[in-house]
Design a protein around this ligand. Structure first.
Ligand SMILES: [Zn+2]
Ligand SMILES: [Zn+2]
Length: 167
C-alpha cells in the first residue's frame, strides 16, 4: 500500500519520511498517509477528524522582491483521522507575505528538517492520545527558534488573519 503523492512535493516526501521514522512501532502497524491541504479550517466541531495546532519557526521568501525573513510564529494545523487501519493526516502550514511589497502573494514556510522532526514527534504523540486513546502525558518537544529582530506582522500572517495565531 502506498500514499497518494500526486501533489509530488519534495516537501511532502520529507515530511512523510520523518513521520514514518517517528511513528515506527508506535501506531500498531497501521498505515498513515500525510497530505498538505490548504483548504482546511480550524473548528471545534469535528466528527471523526481530530485537530491539532502547533507553532514552529520557519523562513519565508518573497517571490516578488526576493527578500527573506525568519519567523518564530508559524502555525501548522493538523487534522487526523483513523478509519479501520488507515490513517490520514491533513497538514496546513500557514503562510506569510512580504511587508514591503504591496501585492506579494502569501508564501509557504520553509521549515528546517530538525523542526519538522519536532513537529512529527509531537504529532505522533497526539495521534496516540487522540486516535488510539493512550494515556500519555501532554509534555511536548520544542522547536528551535530563530533570532528574529522585527516584530510579528499580523497583517502579513495568514494565521493572524484567521484569528488563530495567538491561541
Ligand atoms: Zn517583497
Ligand atoms: Zn501571526
Amino acid at each position: 500500500m502506498s500514499c497518494r503523492m500526486e501533489q509530488s512535493q519534495l516537501d511532502l516526501a520529507t515530511w512523510t519520511r520523518i513521520f514514518q521514522d517517528e511513528a515506527s512501532g508506535l501506531l500498531r502497524g497501521h498505515y498513515w498517509c500525510l497530505e498538505f491541504d490548504y483548504s482546511i479550517e480550524t473548528t471545534n466541531s469535528w466528527n471523526d477528524w481530530k485537530e491539532y495546532i502547533r507553532n514552529t519557526s520557519a523562513r519565508f521568501r518573497c517571490t516578488d522582491c526576493g527578500r527573506t525573513w525568519p519567523s518564530n510564529q508559524v502555525k501548522v494545523v493538523f487534522h487526523m483521522r483513523l478509519i479501520g487501519t488507515m490513517g490520514t493526516v491533513k497538514i496546513r502550514p500557514y503562510r506569510q507575505n512580504c511587508k514591503v511589497c504591496t501585492t506579494a502573494p502569501m508564501g509557504n514556510p520553509s521549515i528546517e528538517e530538525s523542526n519538522i522532526k519536532v513537529l512529527m514527534e509531537n504529532l505522533v504523540k497526539k495521534i496516540r492520545i487522540k486516535c488510539y486513546h493512550e494515556k500519555l502525558d501532554e509534555g511536548r518537544h520544542y522547536f528551535k527558534a530563530y533570532d528574529v529582530e522585527s516584530p510579528h506582522e499580523p497583517s502579513h500572517c495568514e494565521a493572524c488573519l484567521k484569528g488563530i495565531c495567538n491561541q
